[in-house]
Design a protein around this ligand. Structure first.
Ligand code: SAH
Length: 360
């Protein structure tokens, strides 16, 4: 916003032209500079001469799941692609994190109007990922580059326009859980949060960011005046196990990670989420559930259990449902809210950990 205001002032335009440009891109989602009718014709021409363009990333491909989930392959200006997922009913990931107060009334009205109660958009923060978790497809791509803040917001704006949805009138949740590690692209990620809150009209209380456990950034994030909720990918109940499935654990081990989690300043009624991907006969035993109980003791936390979304190139198997429920029961019996995430869009490779630009 400030950057657009400076741009306008720099060409001798009044400061409010910055706001008009901002609204054109993020609220009206206008495609071309010459269509920004709030700006004088000559200023539009001037901007075009200077090489400026407005517009959103292009939706290159779209895959629709039998459960209503849509996976978008979004093409950026340099031809790179990332994936963005639209989930008309979410995946239950927001259960019990303190964000659903008042939902029953509001969401009923919303459901009558548009046919869904709380859509969730899962957005990418990098092209590929550098973290190398052994059960995740995106890891196979390696990392190509960081996304700009405008490219992160652009994915969301493009999907909202495609779906004909306009926040804040219609309720949308954002999860920074697509391709990439948001905390390894921290500044652009945080800038996109501010753009979404101020420009698109999605309050930060409806956003959740997930990190694989970049400990120094968890600390920084806790001090942000405006921030989404935090989820941490745990996935292993002791250091040996977590290092095996998430080599990143050798850099920031469970001791450091849980210390950062313990010190994280939660807001009133807020809970810290831990995600735990269950891998059959690797990390899904009752004993490991009991280790998780010990790890999170004293933290106002909830746990999202995700049964592995399978893929041919991965050396892991999905546990039986009974095994997942047994794991959940141990957590719940210890007083820890634990939810089993519904897999969304598995048939189109849109579910957690399946994003790798599959087009076949
Ligand atoms: N890089 C961040 C953001 C991605 S969130 C992070 O790791 O938290 C994606 C979530 O999906 C993570 O919790 C991850 O542990 C989980 N995940 C990765 N691969 C998966 C798979 N094959 N099946 C189920 N969940 C998976």
């Amino acid at each position: 916003m400030q950057e657009l205001t400076n741009l306008a002032l720099g060409s001798g335009q009044p400061a409010y032209r910055g706001q008009q440009l901002f609204d054109a891109v993020y609220r009206q989602k206008i495609e071309r500079l010459d269509q920004v009718s709030t700006l004088p014709l000559e200023y539009r021409a001037r901007l075009a001469e200077q090489g400026w363009e407005v517009g959103l990333p292009r939706i290159a491909r779209k895959f629709i799941s039998s459960d209503g989930t849509v996976r978008y392959l979004v093409e950026l200006a340099d031809g790179e692609t990332v994936e963005t997922v639209w989930m008309p009913e979410g995946d239950g990931g927001e259960s019990g994190d303190g964000s659903e107060a008042g939902d029953e009334i509001d969401s009923g009205i919303n459901a009558e109007r548009v046919g869904w109660r709380r859509a969730t958009i899962c957005v990418s923060s990098q092209v590929g990922c550098a973290v190398n978790c052994k059960f995740c497809f995106t890891a196979l791509l390696g990392v190509k580059r960081n996304l700009e803040a405008g490219e992160i917001v652009g994915q969301i704006a493009a999907v909202l326009r495609e779906q004909g949805v306009e926040p804040p009138l219609q309720r949308v949740n954002i999860v920074f859980m697509g391709m990439g590690e948001p905390f390894l692209n921290y500044d652009n990620f945080m800038k996109s949060v501010r753009l979404l809150a101020d420009g698109v009209g999605i309050p930060e209380s409806r956003m959740t960011v997930s990190t694989a456990g970049i400990v120094p950034r968890i600390h920084d994030f806790g001090h942000e005046p405006l921030r989404p909720k935090l989820a941490i990918s745990l996935n292993g109940s002791n250091d040996a196990l977590r290092s095996e499935v998430m080599p990143l654990n050798r850099k920031w081990n469970l001791g450091e990670l849980m210390k950062a989690a313990r010190e994280f300043p939660l807001r009133a009624r807020e809970r810290l989420t831990f995600e735990y991907v269950l891998l059959a006969d690797v990390n899904d035993a009752p004993e490991q559930a009991r280790e998780v109980v010990e790890l999170v003791r004293g933290i106002r936390a909830k746990i999202n259990l995700i049964a592995l979304n399978p893929g041919t190139e991965l050396p892991y198997r999905t546990p039986e449902q009974e095994r997942v429920l047994a794991f959940q029961r141990i957590l719940v019996a210890a007083g820890i809210p634990a939810f089993v995430r519904r897999p969304r869009g598995r048939d189109i490779f849109a579910a957690c950990g399946q994003l790798k630009r599959t087009v076949e």
